[in-house]
Design a protein around this ligand. Structure first.
Ligand code: PLP
Length: 456
């Protein structure tokens, strides 16, 4: 046997605490080390190829080998590797990208603030909202409403808006003042016989009742992913966003669209807001903004909010918020090149055109499978929920075991997915072809059959 004592596997276990990972299980099983990527594939250190069915973490729009992004980074590194944007300083890529984002996003959003991760962006939005309401002389208007099973990140504020027990338990989250509504998932949470429209009305009524109970003078904002993703891929019921938006407007509650996964073509439209007719006060962007080749996130905010923030910064001396890497020239240069490529190759229209291959393919091949409770999704994002009893929609007890087994089997078959409790999530790179979607379906089908044999 070869000496493994100095292998990357051993050094990983010795030195790394992994995010979102059972640390003791990791000590026993060790890491899966990915060494390179090309198109929709990544390769492990044994040379085995996998289709990255989740685009990394829902983010690598252009696949894993886009040389133009590497070249854009190298060019910018040589011209100006770093500069900041504090105290009136600026740099060309940050300016150009801000201009591009204002052009691309819905009307009324006129200013951009850069951050480094989705979580930081969401924390920043809440700080902006608190600053805004203080500036307006409404110090009590601070509460933030989100939904059960939402994912908005894991920093203290973002983790308070997230609605997943694993991200809150034993972290002393959520903080007070962060409230959660019912998850808008029709399959799980609608009443027997309730239509999508009636379910949406009930959820909007629930929001309004919460605002009235808390007092509209204490409720600052509602945040939501247009299509919920990391909580299990849950598209909203018909008419949901129109109804939610009307309630927010009625009570002067700001709307934050968290487009960290939905943005830049994931749903076959530029943004989730375009798909659902949402006019937000803030849009939060990351992931496909750079295809995750560099860490970058952005907040695009309305002129109305901006004017209040600008006045207050003048009154008290500064908008005292920002990061060392806010507007980083290399990250913003990579984002510009990434957006150029998405546009040149028509990847948003491409996502819309090939979405049926994924959505209809999953439904026609697997919806009737005895292990499958629901197939759901929009554009190039989908979820397949496994159930113990199809007719009764019974969950597995404990949840997640069968999905974890399926996830491991899919990996054996050369397909990386994400297991979220009993749901398997699909979110392939936007560059995927119809033939490659066929390969995902075949490999998933094989893993599903393996899992059925295991459960029986
Ligand atoms: N918001 C949404 C909708 C997300 O899906 C994520 C991450 O998956 C985040 C925020 C947090 O982003 P990050 O992991 O970059 O902090």
């Amino acid at each position: 046997m070869t000496d493994q004592s100095n292998s990357l596997h051993v050094r990983d276990v010795a030195n790394l605490l992994h995010p979102n990972t059972n640390a003791r299980r990791h000590e026993a099983q060790g890491p899966m080390i990915i060494t390179r990527g090309e198109g929709i594939h990544v390769y492990d250190d044994q040379g085995k190829a996998y289709i990255e069915g989740l685009a990394g973490l829902w983010s690598v729009a252009l696949g894993f080998g886009e040389k133009r992004l590497a070249e854009a980074a190298a060019r910018q590194m040589q011209a100006l590797p770093y500069y900041h944007t504090f105290s009136h300083k600026s740099n060309a890529p940050a300016i150009e990208l801000a201009e591009r984002l204002v052009e691309m996003t819905p009307e009324g959003l006129t200013k951009v603030f850069f951050t480094n991760s989705g979580s930081e962006a969401n924390d920043t939005v809440v700080k902006m909202i608190w600053y805004y309401n203080n500036a307006l002389g409404r110090p009590a208007k601070k509460k933030i409403i989100s939904r059960a099973r939402a994912y908005h990140g894991i920093t203290i504020i973002a983790g308070s808006m997230t609605g997943l027990p694993m991200n809150q338990r034993d972290f002393d989250l959520p903080l007070p003042g962060f409230l959660h509504l019912t998850c808008p998932h029709h399959y799980r949470n609608a009443l027997p016989g309730e239509s999508e429209e009636d379910f949406a009305t009930r959820l909007a009524d629930e929001l309004e009742a919460m605002i009235l109970r808390e007092g509209p003078e204490t409720v600052a904002a509602f945040i939501g992913e247009p299509v919920m993703a990391a909580g299990g891929v849950m598209p909203p019921p018909e008419t949901y966003w129109t109804k939610i938006q009307a309630v927010c407007r009625r009570h002067d509650v700001l709307m934050v669209a968290d487009e960290v996964i939905n943005g830049f073509g994931r749903l076959g439209t530029p943004f989730g807001c375009d798909r659902y007719g949402i006019s937000p006060d803030f849009m939060v962007l990351s992931k496909q903004l750079t295809s995750s080749y560099m860490p970058l996130s952005a907040i695009v905010l309305s002129d109305q909010v901006y004017q209040v923030i600008a006045d207050n910064s003048d009154r008290i001396g500064a908008f005292g918020h920002g990061f060392t890497a806010t507007g980083h020239p290399v990250a913003t240069a990579v984002a510009l090149e990434n957006l150029r490529i998405i546009e040149e190759r028509g990847l948003i229209a491409h996502a819309a055109a090939i979405a049926p291959a994924l959505q209809d393919g999953l439904r026609s091949r697997f919806a009737d499978h005895p292990l499958v409770g629901e197939v759901r999704g929009v554009g190039l994002i989908a979820g397949v929920e496994l159930v113990a009893d199809k007719a009764r929609k019974t969950k597995f007890d404990p949840p997640g075991q069968v999905a974890a087994y399926l996830h491991a089997r899919a990996q054996e078959h050369g397909l990386i997915l994400r297991a979220i409790e009993d749901t398997l999530a699909f979110c392939p790179p936007l560059i995927i072809t119809e033939a490659e979607i066929g390969m995902i379906l075949d490999r998933f089908g094989a893993a599903l059959d393996d899992s059925y044999a295991w459960v029986k």
